[in-house]
Design a protein around this ligand. Structure first.
Ligand code: PLP
Length: 388
């Protein structure tokens, strides 16, 4: 086989081809799914590079190579969920180390920091706004990790990844960016200075709402040593069928994201100024508070749109009950459009005063805009808004 310089390939080409060499035994164009827990050795210790599937499996290895290429990182590691991927990075830290995170991180990440890692001695501190200056004030010489998401959930705030990377590095800390909402199709945190990228591949990367998965991608092979050790030692790995589903999803990630963004832009523009809404939130709308940063670090605004009902919770709930193309469901990033009421669904565990102070009011709705025909999506939103 001729050797290929895949680094020069565009995003869609890498998504389809990296780690997807034809099977050398059969010529199968799509690599087989390696449903095996173990590997036969010809003599003790004499094997083809695989011994046991917790430690390594070709289907998983192909996916890890592909994910690393998409994020332009040095290496990738796949996990059984986004939460397991998050835990892998936090496990590289030691008792007494400090983590500075944005206050509105994914709820499961907040819970893990407070209820799993704080009892083990990690100190977590939260920045209450998106300004790099706020991070700079909280980061000190005990800080080993800064953690952020951009855009955030569900208010779609965008944080300046390059500026916060510099603050972290100046203090000798590393930066981890959860890139689940943007995906590498729209935003590449490693190019902006991040050391770790985390994904819940359950969302856009899998893209079809049929698999739970996660990944860590690092900017430097040395960082992967610790993450890979943890992956093997604690065993939160995905099975080969799940890896295959993610890989199949990735092949259309570029084209799906284009359509998600097109539909979300059309919906944001359509809903803007609607009599029943007090605001429509989308990072590429000029009145978004972080519009300039979103434009600087993302190539499109993403597939998520949030909105606030004038009539508060009652209006939002009537809207939910009347949707027909949109499904009322948690999660995001699949081909099908979903609507979520964060205050009752995803953010119910946050005390009401704290939740409302952060803008997650009873009138807030979050849409994960799918790739259906835009006319049908808009007609559905219009009729449900009419009854809200
Ligand atoms: C869903 C999600 C996670 C957690 O991933 P799981 O696959 O559900 O464990 C982490 N971060 C973000 C931004 C998410 O949306």
């Amino acid at each position: 086989m001729t050797s290929k310089n895949t680094n020069n390939w565009g995003f869609a080409t890498r998504a389809i081809h990296v780690g997807q060499e034809p099977d050398p035994i059969s010529g199968a164009t799509v690599p087989p799914i390696h449903l095996t827990s173990t590997y036969t050795q010809s003599s003790p210790g004499n094997h083809l590079g695989y011994e046991y599937s917790r430690s390594g499996n070709p289907t998983r290895g192909n996916l890890e190579k592909n994910l690393a290429s998409l994020e332009k990182g040095a290496a990738g590691a796949s996990f059984a969920s986004g939460s397991a991927a998050t835990a892998a990075i936090l496990h590289t830290l030691s008792p007494g180390d400090k983590v500075v995170a944005y206050a509105d991180v994914y709820g499961g990440t907040f819970r893990m920091l407070k209820q799993v890692f704080e009892p083990l001695g990690l100190v977590s501190i939260f920045a209450n706004d998106v300004q790099p200056d706020t991070f700079a004030k909280l980061v000190d010489n005990k800080t080993k990790l800064v953690w952020l998401e951009s855009p955030t959930n569900p208010l779609l705030r965008c944080l300046d990844i390059a500026a916060i990377a510099k603050i972290a590095h100046d203090a000798g800390a590393r930066l981890a960016v959860d890139n689940t909402f943007a995906t590498p199709a729209l935003q590449q945190p490693i190019a902006l200075g991040a050391d770790y990228v985390v994904h819940s591949t359950t969302k856009y990367i899998g893209g079809h709402s049929d698999v739970i998965g996660g990944a860590v991608i690092v900017n430097d092979a040395d960082l992967m040593e610790r993450v890979a050790f943890y992956q093997n030692a604690t065993g939160g790995v995905p099975g080969p069928l799940d890896c295959y589903l993610q890989q199949r999803g990735i092949k259309t990630l570029g084209i799906r994201m284009e359509r998600h963004c097109q539909n979300a832009t059309a919906i944001a523009n359509h809903l803007r100024g609607h009599a029943k809404l007090s605001s429509v939130i989308y990072p590429f709308l000029e009145d978004h508070p972080d519009y300039a940063i979103a434009k600087k670090q993302m190539c499109a605004g993403g597939g998520m749109v949030s909105m606030v009902f004038n009539g508060g919770g009652e209006s939002a709930i009537r809207f939910c009950e009347n949707l027909s193309v949109f499904s009322l469901a948690e999660s995001l990033g699949g081909v099908e459009s979903l609507a979520c009421h964060p205050a009752i669904m995803t953010h119910a565990s946050i005390p009401k005063e704290i939740r409302e102070a952060r803008g997650v009011t009873d009138g807030l709705m979050r849409l994960s805009v799918g790739i259906e025909d835009i006319a049908d999506l808009i007609a559905d939103l219009d009729q449900a808004l009419g009854k809200a």
